[in-house]
Design a protein around this ligand. Structure first.
Ligand SMILES: [Zn+2]
Ligand SMILES: [Zn+2]
Length: 424
């Protein structure tokens, strides 16, 4: 792995498009962009053994987590016990198959698929290269959609919500699930995208020697968004990974804005409609997100009320504002280089934090599966939860369609303006 980095030391920063000559990276450390500080590549110890070990352990824990009961709840002598597999089953019986699909996909299928793919890609095996290339493409695209750790946070929040009503028990599968969440994150951390692609297939040759310290766009080069290869700007399909792209994402701002408006339109009913219905002794109490927060606050569960308020109300609202601001700024309204740094920070926060708004959807999933107490008390999901999940997904896609390099292009435009002024 080291040799690949050394022999082919050029890289275009995927976030700000700066051409960088990578230094010799010591084993166990990473290189980051001098301008926007994005992590570029890393030279990890044991690039094969460590991800394989973590991924195998994660898969084993996932298997254990699905074999035994997950959590239980005891209310007035009645006990309800659920396994992980029962969570989607309950949602399907309640006619909320869409939520069940989200749960199965994001919480179980995507992380499991990613672990298997990591094992296949980092180890030598007889699979044909084109198949491995397809798998590597899918792996890096799916990365953001694995939400095992967010589900974990949702489980903890639902415990606090339920503590007022009964006794919560952690069953046999709970700890394997916690370990699975940690191990799958660790497995991903040990895989370096650039190193992985270099081992899969050789890096395409560059059309001309690159110039360090200026953007790819200024020298007719572009970075492949999938495999990080440096390609001529006019070459739209990458010869290594076959991904089609351009120097800047085509219609990036239009797409981002269109998705942003869609999410705002959905966000209004998502907040007004009930997200779940609590049925106690035959009477149904629908509640929306804000009502849930108020009830928690009234019960004295201040930390959980805050978590839900931040994850479900503050984060989506701020995220929409931030995406709107990024678009406004990138459309040429922003000012100097300091502005680029600030906008870049905002973009990074939006990318990182967006998925966590799913917590409330997972809380509803756990509650509606666990709180099945016959006449005493039942919880059902409601329409607002689906709309809310859609808002989170659409804003995630909006952040992905936004091209962060646009916030940096202005630096070059300003420099050009300044040099023209100096010339006069
Ligand atoms: Zn950069
Ligand atoms: Zn590529």
């Amino acid at each position: 792995m080291c040799s690949a980095v050394k022999s082919n030391a050029w890289m275009l920063c995927p976030q700000c498009d700066l051409m960088i000559k990578l230094p010799d990276i010591p084993v166990g450390s990473r290189a980051s962009c001098p301008r926007c500080h994005t992590s570029l590549t890393a030279n990890w110890h044991e690039p094969r053994k460590r991800p394989t070990g973590y991924a195998l352990a994660a898969l084993f824990m996932l298997l254990l987590a699905n074999l035994f009961p997950f959590v239980s709840m005891k209310v007035a002598g009645l006990t309800s016990e659920i396994t992980l597999a029962q969570i989607p089953q309950v949602m399907v019986t309640e006619d909320y198959s869409s939520l069940a699909t989200l749960f199965l996909l994001f919480v179980q299928a995507v992380p499991a698929f990613c672990m298997i793919t990591i094992i296949v890609l980092v180890n030598p095996n007889p699979l044909p290269t084109h198949l491995k290339v397809v798998l590597a493409r899918i792996l890096f695209q799916l990365r953001n959609w694995g939400m095992a750790e967010i589900f974990m946070a949702g489980v903890l929040v639902s415990f606090v919500k339920l503590m007022a009503y009964g006794e919560i028990g952690l069953e046999t599968s709970f700890w394997p699930w916690v370990l699975f969440c940690l191990l799958q994150l660790r497995a991903f951390q040990c895989v370096d995208r650039r190193g992985l692609w270099d081992r899969l297939s050789p890096r395409p040759a560059m059309p001309h020697p690159p110039e360090v310290g200026i953007t790819g766009l200024e020298q007719g080069l572009r970075s492949c968004p999938c495999c990080t290869a440096i390609l001529p700007e006019a070459e739209h399909t990458c010869p290594r990974c076959d991904v089609t792209a351009q120097a800047r994402r085509k219609h990036s701002l239009q797409w981002t804005l269109a998705l942003l408006f869609t999410s705002i339109l959905l966000y209004i009913p998502a907040n007004l409609l009930p997200i779940m219905v609590t049925e106690t002794l035959g009477t149904a109490y629908p509640s929306n997100i804000m009502a849930g927060v108020i009830v928690l606050w009234g019960d004295g569960s201040y930390p959980v009320a805050l978590v839900i308020f931040i994850a479900s109300i503050m984060v989506p609202t701020l995220k929409m504002l931030a995406i709107g601001w990024l678009c406004w700024d990138a459309s040429g309204q922003g000012r100097g280089q300091n502005d680029s740094h600030r906008m870049h920070k905002i973009y990074e926060v939006v990318e990182f934090v967006g998925r966590w708004s799913m917590i409330d959807v997972f809380v509803i999933a756990v509650l509606s599966a666990l709180v099945r107490m016959g006449q005493l008390m039942n919880v059902y999901p409601a329409w607002g939860a689906i709309l809310f999940a859609m808002v989170v997904i659409i804003t995630m896609i909006a952040a992905m369609t936004f091209d962060p390099r646009l916030t940096w292009d202005r630096v070059r435009e300003n420099n050009m303006k300044e040099s023209r002024l100096d010339g006069n």
